[in-house]
Design a protein around this ligand. Structure first.
Ligand code: BG6
Length: 457
């Protein structure tokens, strides 16, 4: 890989920190979501809050030069008083200093799913423009507190998921078409907020770079029938390019403009918005990629069992029938689709990219020697990294790779049985055991990849 390639690994606050009400932290939407019976919640997670020094020691051993983590918004602003929680600031100051002391550069996600619940209770969260101001104030506080040491920022993690997931956005009592309209309104407000924050970042930390982390949906046509090819094209236009066009160019494509107006879900705008939309641009696009999907021309009603954003009258989302699947990866695994995603982004936006998430979920178990032999994960990361190399050779400006996740964490949608980590955390859904850290076989394999700057791949 090129000199200065970011060898990283990712986590997010609510998925690893625990300490969910400690030292002044407020509740977030992910703390208040309905957790199904038998699945753990955010209270302890991987207990990183109390073990961050030990975790950073392992990051150093792994050889990371970068670490992607998120700051918990309600740990910094637990309420609406406008006063930042000093203990929250201190925790992240200590974490950042410890990383730097160990030669690891922080790559900080400002907002990763955990909207302060108080914003939902008071204003309906992202449905209300007020939340734009709260996000801006929160981000400015981070820039002013940590900007002397943090030069790489992620504005919003997976806006697509936030607009559609009621667990994340907290709008839990609206359904059907009304919800779809609300989802587009929330996302429009997030885009305005993101634009303001990208501008503020440049002003406060002139040598910083900032961009979104986007869950790029790679959609293959389900058959070579042209109608299916068009359905796949439409799916990407609606799911990827609507948000990315706005984030990068401050514009909605003509195709999306027509689609949203026809469906009656075009967001409400205000005078002056256009200026905000054109006031800043990301420096890079963070790519979260796990698996591809297929789309076919919709011959029947949308499948109501799929997540909301995959239900549409323009396309019918299917799993590919030819890809290998795993228990937690039912949509199949396809490394070459990552190269395709990178090439599509390079071609449409011409911006550098960073893989901010990529990984394999598995119900890993410790064997009798207290080891996790996760060859399946090694194979997944290796083949995806090989595709990254090919993408670079073909002209993609890829700055770094940050697999999900550094250590086992609470899943975004499921619990602790679904593991992605390079480091095993010794707990189950309902038994905290000793919460010990055990590097998996993939940890040692990735260590070698980093040491050789990717030449061992
Ligand atoms: C991404 C998120 O959607 O995918 C992570 O940014 C999440 O927070 C990851 O953990 C994997 O999803 P899940 O639901 O399997 O944990």
């Amino acid at each position: 890989m090129r000199e200065g390639f970011l060898w990283s690994a990712s986590t997010s606050a609510f998925q690893i920190e625990g300490a969910y009400l400690e030292n002044g932290k407020g509740l977030s939407t992910v703390d208040t979501r309905n957790v199904p019976e038998g699945i753990t919640d955010t209270k302890i997670a991987s207990d990183h809050y109390h073990n961050y020094k030990e975790d950073i020691k392992l990051m150093k051993e792994l050889g990371l030069n970068t670490y992607r983590f998120s700051i918990s918004w309600p740990r910094i602003f637990p309420d609406l008083t406008g006063e930042a929680n000093e203990k929250g600031i201190k925790f992240y100051n200590d974490l950042i200093n410890e990383l730097i002391k160990n030669g690891i550069e922080p790559l900080v996600t400002i907002y990763h799913f955990d909207l302060p619940q108080v914003l939902v209770d008071e204003f309906d969260g992202w449905l209300n423009r007020e939340t734009i101001n709260y996000y801006e104030k929160y981000a400015i506080t981070l820039f002013e507190s940590f900007g002397d040491r943090v030069k790489k920022w992620i504005s919003i993690n997976e806006q697509l998921m936030v607009m559609y997931s009621k667990d994340f956005n907290g709008i839990r009592n609206v359904d059907g078409d009304e919800y779809l309209k609300a989802a587009y309104q929330m996302s429009y407000h997030m885009t305005l907020a993101e634009k303001k924050v990208m501008k503020a970042c440049k002003k406060i930390i002139p040598d910083a770079i900032i961009g979104p982390s986007y869950p790029f949906q790679v959609i293959h046509p389900y058959s070579v029938n042209t109608e299916d090819i068009i359905a796949a094209f439409d799916t990407e236009e609606i799911l990827n390019y609507y948000l990315l066009d706005l984030c990068v160019n401050g514009k909605i494509s003509k195709l999306n403009d027509k689609y949203l107006k026809e469906k009656g879900i075009y967001p409400k705008t205000e005078e002056g918005d256009n200026e905000i939309l054109h006031s800043s641009k990301p420096d890079f696009i963070g790519v979260n990629y796990y698996f591809p999907l297929a789309a076919e021309y919709p011959k029947e009603e949308a499948n109501k069992n799929l997540p909301l954003f995959w239900q549409s009258t323009k396309f019918n989302i299917k799993n590919s029938s030819v890809l290998p699947t795993f228990e937690w990866m039912p949509h199949g695994v396809d490394p070459a689709s990552l190269r395709l995603a990178l090439k599509k982004l390079q071609s449409r936006y011409g911006l550098p990219t960073i893989i901010t998430e990529n990984g394999l979920a598995y119900s890993d178990v410790l064997d009798e020697k207290n080891e996790v032999n996760d060859d399946y994960r090694i194979d997944y990361i290796k083949t995806h990294l090989q595709e990254c190399k090919k993408a670079i050779e073909e002209g993609v400006d890829l700055m770094g790779y940050s697999p999900w996740s550094f250590l086992d964490s609470l899943s975004g949608r499921q619990g602790f049985s679904k593991r992605y980590g390079l480091v095993y955390v010794n707990r189950t859904e309902d038994n905290l055991k000793d919460l010990g850290r055990i590097p998996k076989k993939s940890f040692y394999w990735y260590k070698d990849v980093i040491k050789t700057n990717g030449n061992s791949l």
